[in-house]
Design a protein around this ligand. Structure first.
Ligand code: AMP
Ligand code: MG
Length: 571
């Protein structure tokens, strides 16, 4: 069957002829015209977007598959993209065949499946009276129109700063939950916790010893009572009287001091002080924290020490960020599991464990699976895992993020309902990075090479995770190169894997060797990414540059600000 497909931003002609191969058969046409109403509201136009190469591929595949059952001579499909005013044609499909029944069946089946399988989607309806062109880039054709016209898609390319700022603004903290202290470890506190009372709540003894009036100069004392740590018996003391107290015991009355038991001689109910101490041996009420004082601020990760503080203050169920649910898909038919021996062309999967390892820094549940390198089969695999995928807050797809023949990550994310915010970042490695959002859910398509993964995770995925989690996002810090860095001039900024070490309290960066984003050895040592400016050929040791600490290094979010000169956060 002869097939001709065209995606165009121009109006579709009123008369379309069959391809040459269909001239001998009957010609059946379908024309989808934009109607003046969408969901009961009057509209002026519809805007269609497409992923042109993928759309063409899918249309062809669909027609060829249907033609096996309904043989036809030729087909022509023209889909208009961009703004299409009411009354104009959005799609034209013509099918030529020898038998009317088969031609009609092919046309009907094709129209049924087109919407479901082909990455062309209705971006928005333009209401009557609204300016028809995109809100973001007035006067400019949309990305799709450029792509459809065969040109590059510059608006989809973000600088590193733009990408980070955009991720930051598009991701919002997920609703918090109250959990037990044991379940709160590693979570981000979402509301500041204040001291409900003074800590300690009473004056307490710091010694096992004898409480006497602070100004009592008597030589010997009568023991009139005993107070253990758990029991408090208030009583006023007279000169010459003492109460035996344990460490931590609440004192019997105000105005007392404690004499260590090592500094007395005891005979029955009598003691004599052998050595007078200067200190009172007391913890005074409120000396640690005063009632109402903030104990742990919102936005802070709860570690063991902070949880101990919350426990002391009686905050048994802190309000924290939820455990994030992450679904991670690997793609690529060449990928095999690490326990297999690769045949020529095969590659062991390193991204699954890399992503799992990097995610350890965040409280999350991780679901991982591999997708076949076929859009249809991938969709059906996802259909089998619907539950895990529908509940995921974050979806990561490894590989297939570019525009190769088999790359389907972008249409896959769109099929899952994500709006693509950008599809490329002007950074090396990691340029084909896709970022999409759907309500509060976030998705990334990560370029498959491990080093690209590492880089994209740290500047992009980590920014999203921090935002969803309700904490400060990663930020660039400043440090000096410990050794010279030789580079080839590059028109993209580079995030260069490096080993960060401390020298007299200052960060020192050792750039690591890497030749391609497929290299993995640098990952075994990298704990930072140095930001190398555009077109930088060589940098001497001592040059001051920005760097991003790696997640495993645990410098987020509590960067010791007294040691580092942090650069401002992107807005
Ligand atoms: P892609 O982004 O799909 O074009 O993949 C780019 C490169 O990354 C290819 O050489 C892939 O074989 C490799 N790659 C993709 N996924 C993985 C993975 N899970 N582990 C290791 N390498 C991968
Ligand atoms: Mg691939």
């Amino acid at each position: 069957m002869e097939i001709e497909i065209q995606l165009t931003s121009s109006p579709i002609a009123g008369k379309i002829l069959p391809p040459a191969g269909g001239a001998a058969g009957a010609w059946l046409e379908f024309r989808g015209v934009v109607r003046g109403e969408e969901n009961g509201q009057p509209i002026a136009a519809l805007e269609y977007e497409a992923y042109p190469e993928m759309a063409e591929r899918e249309i062809r595949r669909l027609l060829e598959t249907l033609a096996v059952k309904h043989p036809c001579l030729a087909a022509r499909v023209i889909h208009r993209v961009g703004i299409i005013p009411v009354g104009e044609t959005a799609i034209f499909v013509g099918v030529a065949g020898k038998h009317r029944g088969e031609t009609l069946a092919l046309l009907t089946r094709f129209m049924d499946q087109l919407k479901q399988d082909v990455p062309i989607w209705k971006r928005r309806a333009v209401p009557v009276g609204a300016r028809p062109y995109a809100e973001h880039q007035p006067q400019q054709p949309s990305n799709v129109q450029r792509a459809a016209a065969g040109s590059a898609t510059p608006a989809a390319l973000r600088s590193l700063d733009e990408a980070m700022a955009e991720i930051h603004s598009r991701c919002q903290p997920l609703p918090p939950v109250r959990v037990s202290l044991a379940a709160a470890f590693g979570r981000v506190l979402r509301e500041t916790v204040y001291a409900p009372e003074d800590l300690p709540a009473n004056d307490r003894s710091t010694r096992d010893g004898y409480a006497i009036l602070a100004d009592d100069t008597s030589e010997s004392f009568q023991i009139v009572d005993t107070i253990h740590a758990a029991g408090w018996k208030p009583r006023l003391l007279q000169p010459g009287e003492t109460v035996r107290v344990a460490t931590g015991a609440v004192l019997p009355c105000d105005g007392v001091r404690v004499v260590m038991q090592e500094n007395v001689d005891r005979h029955g109910d009598q003691i004599q002080i052998t050595k007078r101490e200067a200190g009172l041996n007391l913890r005074k009420r409120g000396e640690d924290v005063k009632a109402g004082q903030p104990l742990v601020e919102a936005g802070v990760r709860l570690d063991a020490g902070k949880l101990a503080l919350l426990a002391t203050a009686g905050c048994a169920h802190p309000l924290v960020g939820p455990r994030l649910r992450v679904a991670h898909f690997t793609t690529g038919d060449e990928i095999i599991s690490p326990d297999q021996t690769p045949k020529p062309g095969q590659i062991r999967d390193s991204n699954s464990i890399l992503i799992r390892g990097l995610l350890q820094h965040w409280p999350c549940e991780i679901f991982q699976t591999h997708l076949p390198e076929d859009f249809e089969r991938a969709k059906s695999e996802i259909g089998n895992r619907k539950l895990e995928i529908d509940r995921a807050d974050l979806i990561l797809v490894s590989g297939g993020a570019s525009v190769g023949d088999k790359d389907f990550t972008r249409p896959l994310l769109e099929w899952l309902g994500f709006d693509i915010v950008f599809a490329q970042v002007n950074v090396r490695p990691g340029k084909p990075l896709i970022f999409g959002v759907s309500g509060t859910r976030v998705a990334f398509g990560l370029p498959g090479n491990p080093l690209s993964h590492f880089v994209c995770f740290h500047f992009a995925v980590a920014t999203a995770l921090a935002r969803l989690n309700g904490e400060a996002a990663p930020k660039f810090l400043r440090g000096r190169l410990a050794t010279k860095l030789d580079d080839a001039a590059c028109l993209r900024e580079t995030l260069w894997p490096a080993r960060l070490e401390w020298n007299d309290g200052s960060p020192r960066l050792h750039p690591l060797a890497w030749a391609s984003s497929g290299d993995v050895t640098s990952l075994a040592s990298a704990n930072a990414l140095v930001r190398v400016p555009v077109n930088c050929v060589a940098l001497d040791a001592g040059a001051e540059l920005e760097f991003l600490p790696a997640a495993a290094f645990g410098l987020w979010p509590d960067v010791p600000s007294h040691r580092l000169d942090a650069t401002p956060q992107p807005a």
